[in-house]
Design a protein around this ligand. Structure first.
Ligand SMILES: Cc1ncc(COP(=O)(O)O)c(C=O)c1O
Length: 400
């Protein structure tokens, strides 16, 4: 037994003893192969000077302010994104809220991509408008439209790189150069792409956000978000992060750090499977269109080829079949390994039905204008054997 401290033995009543027994490690436990989980809400300070030192960021003090597991996870993400610092949040939406509420104030104008995650649109439309922030939605695949939307009070551009569900690709380099010309910050949600496909900061973006719930977590068992940028922007965002109180819990940070160790292998395999699957589906006569940037007829194929690394095009795609919801459901029932699920980026291939997902938020006409027809099915490609996946889709597609 090397770890038991006996400072309190026998001196106090049991009710007191039990609070102090078995709570400190006296043996040496240096350099464990995996980082311990620091669950502690707070850390003892010796006196008021020590408190002041801790409270000014000198050492760990209170979990919502800083935690070793979140800091280690942040360091790994900063490395992957070529950023200086990363804030780790309790969800992708928490990261987006922290960034937008931290950067925008009453009277500011922001230009936002039309083709972004539905709940980000809700946040912007329903919440930012309450604080006197002016918004213009624009098509970010059309740089002229984006530049025309700029006003004297524009301070921020916000976009994703591969937009859901039609996989439109934004030329982030061009968008960031327009932003720089007008002294505007570019915020990019790179959840669909991951740093193995593109590192937006290298292309001139100022801030990159991820829903860690997806490819970073990779196993559909965590919820988290990140904001990566330079030191001064992260410093600007810290008050909103601390005051909104949306920190990730240490256990989840530990799990996400563990997942990151296999992220390169997972995401590379998912991306190469996606190219194979998109090609195979494009040959299936039951399918009208496959939406994946690897397809040569995709409107931004050349942009994706130039910007993305290693011949990857992202592991998200969609395809359109007949707009017959009965057959769409029958197709789902017939799939043997692929599951229908409200997430993406997991190790197993999943599908989603965008028109059903957004029926409460948008009218039929709005859904169609965004390409969300009854016959549109989205795929998040997993790490299965590519032939098994292709066969599963092809046999289920026989229903059409
Ligand atoms: C592109 C994108 N950004 C942000 C989010 C929100 O992430 P979370 O569910 O972790 O809050 C999602 C969720 O699906 C997403 O797809």
């Amino acid at each position: 037994m090397i770890h038991m401290k006996k400072n309190y033995e026998g001196n106090y009543d049991t009710d007191t003893e039990i609070l102090y027994r078995g709570t400190e490690v006296s043996g040496i436990a240096e350099n464990p192969e995996t980082l311990p989980i620091y669950h502690s809400t707070a850390y003892c300070v010796k006196d008021t000077d020590d408190y002041t030192f801790a409270n000014n960021g000198g050492k760990y003090f209170y979990n919502r302010t800083a935690n070793p597991n979140r800091d280690c996870l942040g360091e790994a993400i900063s490395y992957l994104e070529n950023g200086e610092k990363t804030i780790i949040c309790s969800s992708g939406m928490a990261a987006i809220s922290t960034a937008l509420l931290g950067l925008l104030k009453n009277g500011d104008h922001a230009v936002i991509s039309k083709a972004i995650y539905g709940e980000t649109i809700e946040l912007i439309e329903n919440m930012l408008s309450k604080y006197g922030i002016e918004i213009t939605f624009a098509d970010f695949t059309n740089e002229k439209e984006v530049e025309k939307s700029v006003k004297p009070n524009t301070v921020l551009f916000y976009t994703e790189i591969i937009a859901n569900p039609l996989t439109l690709v934004v030329d982030i380099e061009k968008i960031a150069s327009i932003a720089k010309k007008h002294n505007i910050l570019t915020v990019v949600d790179s959840t669909f792409t991951t740093p193995f496909v593109i590192k937006p900061l290298d292309f001139g973006a100022d801030i990159v956000i991820h829903s860690l719930t997806k490819y970073f977590g990779g196993h559909s068992d965590i919820t988290g978000g990140s904001i990566t940028s330079n030191e001064s922007i992260i410093k600007r965002l810290m008050p909103s992060y601390l005051l909104l109180g949306c920190c990730m819990d240490p256990n989840t940070a530990w799990l996400t750090s563990r997942s990151i160790k296999t992220m390169a292998m997972r995401v590379r395999l998912q991306n190469s499977n996606a190219v194979k699957l998109a090609h195979a589906l494009s040959l299936n006569p039951k399918i009208k269109t496959v939406f994946h940037p690897s397809i040569e007829t995709h409107p931004q194929h050349e942009i994706a080829k130039r910007m993305f690394s290693d011949g990857f095009y992202g592991a998200m795609m969609s395809f359109r079949v007949e707009d017959d919801i009965k057959k769409v459901n029958e197709f789902m029932h017939r799939l043997k390994i692929v599951k229908y699920m409200g997430t993406l980026g997991g190790i197993r291939t999943t599908i989603a039905h965008p028109a059903t997902a957004f029926r409460n938020e948008f009218s039929d006409e709005e859904l169609k204008s965004m390409g969300m027809y009854e016959g549109l099915i989205r795929i998040s490609t997993g790490a299965e054997n590519a032939d098994d996946l292709i066969n599963d889709f092809n046999q289920a597609l026989e229903v059409f």
